[in-house]
Design a protein around this ligand. Structure first.
Ligand code: COA
Length: 203
């Protein structure tokens, strides 16, 4: 099923140039929870805000370390990117599909990047990179960052350009990861590639 993303986060009729004059990229805080819940439900086409709040809680979203692009005059949110303490074997069907790959990945300290969206007036302006790098030090503390991308989204090549590689896919989504540069990525991917096509023999 096609996900119906919203493209305008703040419906105020301002132009790209007008918004850009006052844009600031900052960390979110737990005080943003109500607004993020509302935006999550609206932007990612969730059934309601309760579902969005449950997702935030279940995924252990780090609202003290996630990122937002705001109008510094009034705090209006034009983009956000959430980080969650959510290992891939909990946040995806991996253990069911390929237990050996799931068990291999369990050894890595993981953070999940998700719900990345920028108001369409600000896409292509480089704000995305500023958002991705704001919490660089926090992210460097993890072995692996992973992200799920629904099949019909246009952002698959976007993650690959950033260095993410596909770990596995299901009919509805692909799951990408990038490893800490202090780890030997070639060794890790040679094991991942060996395990990748294994079926779940326990089924
Ligand atoms: C993903 C996103 C945050 C990137 O920010 P950005 O400022 O557009 O980043 P860039 O200009 O560097 O990259 C644009 C790329 O994003 C892709 N993209 C993803 N969703 C898009 C959308 N709804 N509209 C236009 N481009 C989109 C484009 O395909 C483009 O890739 P290309 O250059 O290979 O054509 C932004 O495009 C967005 O908010 N997209 C909608 C929400 C979404 O798909 N989020 C990803 C969830 S995994």
């Amino acid at each position: 099923m096609m996900i119906d993303l919203c493209n305008i986060l703040v419906d105020n009729g301002l132009t790209k140039e007008e918004i850009l004059q006052n844009i600031e990229i900052v960390s979110t805080s737990y005080e943003d929870a109500p607004k993020i819940t509302e935006l999550l439900a609206r932007c990612f086409d969730l059934p309601n805000q309760e579902t969005a709040l449950r997702q935030l809680i279940y995924s252990d979203a780090r609202l003290d370390k996630s990122v937002k692009a705001i109008d510094k005059r009034n705090g209006d949110i034009y983009g956000f990117l959430l980080f969650s303490n959510f290992p891939i074997h909990v946040g995806s069907p991996l253990l069911h599909l390929n237990p050996r790959l799931g068990e291999f990945l369990m050894q890595f300290r993981q953070i999940n990047g998700h719900s990345f969206i920028i108001d369409e007036r600000l896409r292509g302006t480089g704000i995305d990179k500023k958002m991705l790098y704001l919490q660089k030090e926090f992210l460097e503390d993890y072995d692996m960052i992973w992200a799920a991308v629904e099949k019909d989204l246009k952002s698959h090549t976007y993650w690959k350009r950033l260095g993410f590689k596909e770990l596995f896919k299901i009919p509805d989504a692909s799951f990408y990861a990038i490893f800490n540069k202090n780890l030997n990525e070639d060794d890790i991917y040679s094991i991942i590639n060996d395990l990748k096509d294994e079926e779940n023999h326990y089924k």
